[in-house]
Design a protein around this ligand. Structure first.
Ligand SMILES: Cc1cc2nc3c(=O)[nH]c(=O)nc-3n(C[C@H](O)[C@H](O)[C@H](O)COP(=O)(O)OP(=O)(O)OC[C@H]3O[C@@H](n4cnc5c(N)ncnc54)[C@H](O)[C@@H]3O)c2cc1C
Length: 580
């Protein structure tokens, strides 16, 4: 097998990956850097981010307030040193985006505009209409093209991390066009592979968000942190799960039940402010809004629809001009996917899986416990998001920690220039045999990938959704164990090499099973309720036992769970209070 040599290999061409690539290239222009991505970088999930990116810029705001909002939003599970550093560095990163050409929306006086967002008590979310991720990703992509030391491996699918002499020294990847397995050896590897929303049936996430990097890291012994914390966004379109951005509420949209009543006032989220100064209720955090939907459904006050119950998101009072100027994409999505023009009718919405707070365990430099392996972006858990991420904190997180991981990987690669080639080649051949024997040339299997995938996502939704308990989680754990056995008997209909999407889907399903197991076992072990993890059998937060991060370690059987203390510096745990 041909071995390709680079100093650094970055897996992922989304916002975190591109930021890491630029940072590494700027750290030392002699470093030779590979960017591997299973899709063209501009098709990474970041492109679909809509609402905006939070960072302190206005005189009425302060770093202390952004820190406080983030820690409160996390239900005190975020590491406070990491949050502080994130909030301090985010404004510079955002201004750098401006210098690189990001077309931020403006105030009439020309300064950068900000909008309110859920759980942020002060307006601090920068935006580019409601296509923020699209513009940010374009900006970084065009900037990255300036660096001749970057080599692009688009439509290459990473299958395994290579570890030799106790450090990560490369990756094997399928070149999808030829179907050939290649080995990329490098002094340092950075995982920027994004989230895993596809482990659930109803999600805002693109089809490529299958948790590959989380599984790759856990297979080489790196623990996954806080995996039980899965974010449901309160406003997805029924049927497709397409996101209606929180910006719709930031701009003044309200949520009403079947009686036209703003039901959030019944769930401790504050009084119903009159338009145009919404502060509470609809601008509460996502975990609480999604939980309120379930409660409202139990009271029979939601609206039945062909794809399950919904509530209504009403933005009609904003008027056509404002909707077209600030929320053009919301109008386009509602028209195209539910046949409703929000200028004249309310939009049907329901909670939808949106974001993984958990991920690969890293420090604030993106370093994992395995030397030479770094991670940043949604795949990683630093953690600044704790038990519930605030809307608009992810995009700046990709910049801050993407840059940090890129720099740290560059420093590491400069100190470790020579990969152990012969030993790596043996691992490459081993991986080639695994893919041929276990997938492409496998005989006698009967199980179909789509069937197993559907059963997995259904089990996750029923047993490990917005509310969970011991019984529901145990039943999902058992289903996943059975699916794991059945996976050993899968059958591929396509044995060809060129763009074998069935093979890719099989490898992704195997990654997703790893992720699903980490999520459910972590959720089963955390016998308290905090943020997005709500146990009906343990309804209270239990700081005495669980002011800790969960670490799930992969084993031959069920994941082994242990814990790590949360870093508390200046903000002692308190009650989460909104809208008062
Ligand atoms: C619809 C939607 C709207 C959102 N809106 C906002 C918002 O307004 N504000 C906000 O802060 N956050 C928002 N988020 C969250 C945020 O956009 C994501 O968390 C973030 O974009 C993830 O970026 P990333 O760089 O970590 O990964 P991604 O952008 O998902 O990129 C992952 C990359 O990894 C590559 N990859 C994955 N697996 C492999 C493999 N096996 N081999 C090779 N390459 C691989 C992919 O090709 C891709 O290039 C939104 C999310 C969604 C889904």
């Amino acid at each position: 097998m041909e071995t390709i040599q680079h100093d650094i290999v970055i897996i992922g061409g989304g916002l975190a990956g591109l930021r890491a690539a630029i940072a590494a290239a700027e750290t030392d222009p002699t470093l030779d850097i590979a960017v591997v991505s299973k899709v063209y970088p501009m098709r990474s999930h970041t492109v679909s981010a809509e609402g905006g990116a939070g960072a302190v810029i206005k005189p009425n705001d302060s770093l202390a307030e952004h820190i406080k909002d983030t820690i409160t939003g996390s239900d005190w599970l975020a590491d406070q040193d990491a949050v502080e550093l994130f909030v301090n560095e985010a404004p510079d990163e955002m201004i750098r985006m401006e210098h690189w050409g990001c077309p931020w929306s403006r105030e009439p006086d020309g300064s950068v505009a900000v909008r309110p967002f859920g759980g942020m008590t002060i307006e601090r979310t920068w935006f580019a209409a409601d296509k923020t991720g699209f513009h940010m990703l374009h900006t970084l992509f065009q900037t990255s093209l300036k660096y001749p030391t970057l080599t692009w491996y688009d439509e290459w699918f990473a299958t395994r991390l290579l570890v030799e002499n106790g450090r990560c020294q490369g990756v094997t990847a399928i070149e999808m066009r030829s179907g050939r397995l290649r080995l990329i050896a490098a002094g340092a590897v950075v995982l920027c592979t994004g989230g895993a929303g596809r482990v659930f049936p109803f999600t805002t996430n693109a089809a490529i968000c299958t948790g590959d990097g989380m599984a790759l890291a856990s297979r080489v012994g790196v623990p996954l942190k806080d995996m039980e914390f899965v974010q449901y966004h309160p406003t997805g379109l029924p049927g497709t799960g397409i996101l209606i951005t929180e910006a719709a509420r930031g701009e003044g949209g309200i949520l009403v039940n079947k009686d036209g009543y703003r039901y959030l006032q019944d769930y401790g989220l504050g009084p119903p402010d009159p338009w145009p100064r919404l502060r509470a209720m609809e601008l509460g955090p996502r975990d609480k809004l999604s939980q309120a939907f379930v409660k409202e459904q139990q009271k029979g006050r939601t609206i039945p629809g062909p794809h399950g119950d919904v509530v209504h998101l009403d933005i009609r009072h904003l008027g056509e001009k404002e909707i077209d100027e600030r929320l053009p994409f919301v109008r386009e999505l509602a028209r195209n996917y539910v046949g409703i023009d929000p200028v004249h009718h309310p939009i049907p919405v329901r909670p939808v899986v949106h974001y993984m707070m958990g991920g690969v365990h890293t420090d604030v430099h993106g370093a994992t416990p395995l030397p030479g392996l770094f991670a940043a972006g949604e795949v990683a858990c630093v953690s600044i998001n704790g038990a519930n991420r605030l809307g608009s904190n992810s995009l700046p997180e990709l910049l801050v920690f993407g840059a940090r991981a890129g720099k740290a990987a560059a420093t590491f690669a400069l100190d470790h220039p020579q990969p152990d080639d012969a030993a790596l080649a043996a691992q490459g051949r081993d991986e080639e045999r695994r893919i041929a024997g276990g997938f492409l040339r496998k005989e006698g299997g009967t199980e179909r990938i789509a069937t197993l995938r559907n059963e997995m996502t259904r089990a996750m939704e029923t047993g490990c959704g917005i509310y969970r308990d011991d019984g529901s989680l145990r039943s999902t754990v058992e289903t996943l164990a059975r699916l794991r056995e059945r996976f050993a008997r899968i059958r591929l209909a396509d044995h060809s090499l060129t763009f074998n999407t069935e093979l890719i889907a099989a490898l992704e399903l195997e990654f997703m099973l790893d992720v699903a197991e980490a999520v459910t076992h972590s959720a089963l072990a955390r016998t308290e309720s905090r943020g997005s993890h709500q146990r009906t059998d343990y309804p209270r937060r239990d700081d005495a036992r669980f002011l800790t991060h969960t670490l799930a370690h992969r084993t031959a059987g069920a994941p082994r769970i242990d814990y790590l203390d949360v870093v508390i510096t200046r903000w002692p745990p308190a009650e989460r209070v909104y809208g008062r």
